[in-house]
Design a protein around this ligand. Structure first.
Ligand code: SF4
Length: 442
């Protein structure tokens, strides 16, 4: 009897991808066949996202796509959107299971009700956790990418920034112990990847409820070094301690790459967002990193159009960003989320103004990235090449997240290659033209 085919479609953050990959591994171990979302499958799993209205729309679109692809198939909608809008989702055409951020980890149990050829049970099952504050931590890591794995080290958040739904969707901040995290890290490393990205909702809060800290975990990983390259994903500025910066500055395995959510350069807006730092603290973190690692990649997230952001406050943000040695920006438009305080704030900003402010920040991003790439010219770096063949070219990233391109050569896949950043292409990335010798590759 042919195994049932299950197809995943994952939206949203790296955390979702690490969890989908883990659930797929569990299903494979239970005898299911994992297939592509474009294929005809018996069961479709939509790992949803609710961070913006657009993300919810894309989640619903994926549900109808799956239902159209095989009207006989069962559809499970899991994750953040399910956690916050279970009633709405359970009444959508074709939806059979709506599983929240705790219940999704019992996916295999829910699916076992489905056996080849059996008449599928009728009616939609919705299971979300009655008390998000009591969710448990489920470890996860992504596999299937030949070079890198996203390792989930933390989940949930206790910060309740006024624009954010994540604490309601993913519950309170939680993590496993540093030693248990190292064990899962080793499992990810055993898949042959050379780089691990530590991910979560608020990774700076790792271990707080176990009497440990992110610094403790990084020290352990630096010492054990189960792989040669470890990146930390987004970290709240006020949780990026001097200890962490100093450790990363002296470490061979912790990459000099920082992703810091700033959101606004105006203290008045930061207060309205209930962020836990002001512009001065943020600038202090950036200059501390820059002083210890002058070629580190420092990228900041910014939200334009938060309620109350008038021209003067936006100008403050623009000026503040201009003044910082950043390598780039991720620019987001404020998206009013139901149930958050900011959705009820006065001074909602017009869409056209948001669009114009985004455009101005995108221009600034290009300039910042250009400056950063130019500053790194002539640097000796180590590039981990990925497997994609893009019109005869492949690419990879240096330690400080500079993208380097080279002619496609399968022997370079998942290899760390020492190069000097010399030739920049029109689109800004650096070009590597190997002089082929036996010893070239590590
Ligand atoms: S720190 Fe703020 S923005 Fe980030 S997940 Fe927590 S509540 Fe949301």
């Amino acid at each position: 009897m042919n195994p049932l085919k299950v197809a995943f479609h994952t939206l949203g953050c790296k955390l979702n991808f690490s969890e989908s990959s883990t659930l797929a591994r569990q299903l494979r171990q239970s005898g299911y066949e994992i297939t592509g979302f474009d294929e005809v499958a018996d069961i479709y799993v939509i790992h949803s996202c609710t961070v913006t209205a657009v993300a919810e729309k894309k989640s619903r679109a994926a549900i109808s796509q799956a239902h159209r692809r095989n009207p006989e198939a069962k559809v499970a909608v899991i994750g953040c959107y399910s956690e916050l809008s279970a009633e709405k989702l359970r009444h959508l055409d074709g939806v059979d299971w709506v599983l929240g951020n705790e219940e999704k980890f019992n996916l295999t149990d829910f699916l076992t009700a489905v056996t080849p050829g059996s008449k599928f049970i009728s009616g939609t099952t919705a299971a979300v956790h009655p008390q998000p504050s009591e969710m448990t931590f489920h470890a996860a890591f992504s596999s299937g990418d030949r070079t890198r794995s996203f390792l989930k080290i933390q989940d949930g958040c206790d910060h309740f920034c006024t624009y954010c739904t994540i604490p309601y969707a993913r519950g309170r901040s939680r993590s496993a112990t540093a030693s248990a995290t190292l064990e899962v890290f080793r499992q990810a490393a055993a898949t042959g990847i050379r780089e691990v990205v530590l991910t979560g909702v608020n990774i700076g809060d790792f271990g707080r409820k176990n009497g440990e800290s992110l610094y403790d975990l990084l020290q352990l990983l630096d010492k054990e070094a189960p792989v040669g390259r470890i990146r930390i994903s987004s970290i709240e500025p006020e949780l990026l301690t001097d200890d962490i910066i100093n450790l990363m500055a002296s470490s061979k395995v912790l990459m000099p790459h920082f992703h810091l959510p700033l959101q606004s350069g105006s203290d008045a807006i930061l207060q309205a967002m209930k962020r836990r730092y002001n512009a001065a603290l943020f600038a202090g973190r950036v200059s501390e990193i820059h002083a210890k690692m002058p070629h580190a990649c420092i990228v900041a997230d910014v939200i334009v159009g938060f309620p109350g952001e008038d021209d003067e406050r936006f100008a403050e943000t623009l000026q503040f960003l201009e003044s910082l040695p950043l390598s780039g920006l991720h620019v987001f438009s404020f998206s009013s989320r139901p149930g958050t305080p900011a959705a009820r704030y006065a001074g909602q900003v017009d869409a056209a103004i948001k669009k114009e402010r985004s455009r101005l920040l995108q221009n600034l991003t290009t300039r910042k990235q250009n400056q950063f790439y130019n500053q790194c010219k002539g640097m000796a770096v180590n590039v981990l090449f990925e497997s994609d063949n893009n019109n005869g070219f492949m690419s990879g990233f240096s330690e400080n997240y500079i993208r380097v391109k080279t002619a496609y050569n399968p022997t370079l896949i998942n290899r760390v290659v020492p190069i000097e950043l010399q030739t920049r292409l029109r689109n800004g990335v650096y070009l590597y033209e190997p002089v082929i010798t036996q010893q070239t590759y590590k």
